[in-house]
Design a protein around this ligand. Structure first.
Ligand code: ATR
Length: 250
């Protein structure tokens, strides 16, 4: 859709890499004339390791979702996930300057913390099922802003303006183990997962009277747009693309 919109000749298809041979799949694609690609679960950390040149945001995320291949076969790597999330949060007028809770401390969380801090989030609380991982992330990003890891019990009686779920719990229709008291009628809830129906996290947030609950389809489109710009030097329009995708999935 982006290629159509910007009148670029481009072929974009899905390749399934073998679990034990990601680098082989990339080498084969380059040999076939591939110019760049997106990388998704579960290869984002491996992608970071095989890149020749890594952007600062991918370096901080220690994960890569976009490759650009040079003519000499070297691999330039970036991570556009955080930019995609921030773009979608802004498009939805999410309260970035309020109190922000990030649930989860896996690769998806790691990729979005710096972009969040760069986009007006002045104080970020991270909470994860495995508390040690939240502490590790908070320490890693401490040089870039106020980031604090809280254990699940510490969230009791705390309310947030913006709650972002970066866990994969919604993929299996589960909920992260945080108390419903984090929501108020002013809370904006965001689930980085998307499905063809409202995710379990969005449903739960709405049931607890949050102001708005948005899934991660806009983040997907946003990260793809930034990747497209890296490949083609032109930033595509995303609002209509997102609307078309939403209509198509209804
Ligand atoms: P991703 O790249 O999607 O972030 P990951 O690095 O494996 O994948 O991290 C998954 C995250 O989702 C982790 O924060 C994980 O919590 P743990 O660190 O405790 O494992 C969280 N997660 C996954 N399923 C969950 C569930 N059912 N309930 C709560 N947290 C869950």
């Amino acid at each position: 859709m982006f290629a159509q919109q910007t009148e670029q000749a481009l072929e974009y298809t899905a390749i399934q890499a073998e679990l034990n041979d990601f680098s082989g799949a990339i080498a084969k694609f380059i040999a076939q004339g591939g110019k760049g690609c997106n990388v998704t679960v579960p290869f984002k950390e491996q992608a970071f390791k095989i890149a020749d040149q890594v952007s600062e945001r991918a370096q901080l995320a220690q994960a890569v979702n976009t490759f650009v291949f040079n003519d000499d076969g070297t691999i330039i790597a970036d991570n556009t996930d955080g930019a995609g999330l921030v773009e979608d949060l802004k498009a939805n007028k999410a309260p970035l300057t309020g109190t922000v809770l990030l649930i989860g401390a896996g690769g998806a969380a790691r990729g979005v913390i710096k972009p969040l801090l760069d986009s007006g989030v002045s104080s970020l609380v991270i909470c994860n099922r495995t508390h040690e991982k939240a502490i590790e992330l908070a320490n890693h990003f401490a040089p870039y802003g106020k980031v604090e890891a809280l254990a699940i019990e510490q969230l009791d009686n705390m309310v947030f303006d913006l709650v972002i779920n970066s866990t994969s719990a919604s993929l299996t229709d589960e909920l992260p183990p945080v108390p419903a008291s984090i929501f108020s009628t002013k809370t904006f809830a965001y689930d980085m997962v998307y499905k063809n129906q409202l995710t379990s996290f969005c449903q739960w947030a709405l049931k607890n009277n949050c102001l708005k609950a948005v899934d991660g389809l806009g983040m997907l489109v946003g990260q793809a747009a930034v990747a497209f710009e890296l490949w083609r030097g032109v930033m595509p329009e995303t609002i209509n693309v997102l609307a078309q995708l939403r209509n198509g999935s209804e």
